[in-house]
Design a protein. Sequence first.
Length: 164
Amino acid sequence: MSVRAVHIEIAHSLSTDSAINAIRRFVARRRKPEHIYSDNGTNFRGASREMKEAMDGLDHTRIQAELTNIGTGIRWHFNPPASPHMGGSWERLVRSVKVALEVTLVNHTPTDEVLLTLMAEAELVVNSRPLTEVSVDPNDPQALTPNIFLNFPSVDATPPGEFS
């Protein structure tokens, strides 16, 4: 079974440093991924190159001993240029997040704090989608969702209302 959970991380610019910091925050909250799949954005290319260059210049036994470099063991995969359809499985989830945000942000320009909250709630909604058949019988077990695999308790994914 493929879970296809979503983790949304705000990058404050399109720079390589911002991409690296977003990856570091992801690793701090989830765990180090084995694979990263992305489009051909220059920030992603730069982050991948910098991690590889940093790895080439370091003592690998020390890295293994200290486990301090987040780039260790991460394989980065890029879509071919001008081929967004190659990321179909995650592009569909990106669309789901966009729809959740469009519904929430009708005629609003959020502050940074509100945007962070909305992104977390969009992540919750998308990760609450059922991966298995949903039964109408209340005695049947709860349908599996990506949130269950991410060790989150069952939560109500209903958005709370408007922000000010």
